[in-house]
Design a protein around this ligand. Sequence first.
Ligand code: CU
Length: 117
Amino acid sequence: MKRLALAMAAAAAMMAATPALAHTSVRETNIAENATLARAPANFTIVFSGATGLASVNLTDAAGRPVALNYTPLHQMASSFAIPLPTLTPGAYTLSWRTIARDGHAMPGAVHFTISG
Ligand SMILES: [Cu+2]
């Protein structure tokens, strides 16, 4: 068991060290990290460096409570996505997402922002 655990740790380390050729990175979002906005834009837009699968998008408030989003992940890869945002009351929010790269790896990302009202 110990040998297996070591082998798995070594494999994980090798995968982590592999250049992320198959992965896309976030090129642009219309909400910058730590932005303070008077009100939320109609859509959260996110552009990746290449086609990727957007598996999930979640919005939570300052207390960590989920805020419902009217967004159904596409079943196809794309390099940009627009997620409709509801009207948001003043406060701090976190938008988080998970992309699935062509090689199947999940890549999380998030932006934190504040609605000043
Ligand atoms: Cu990968």
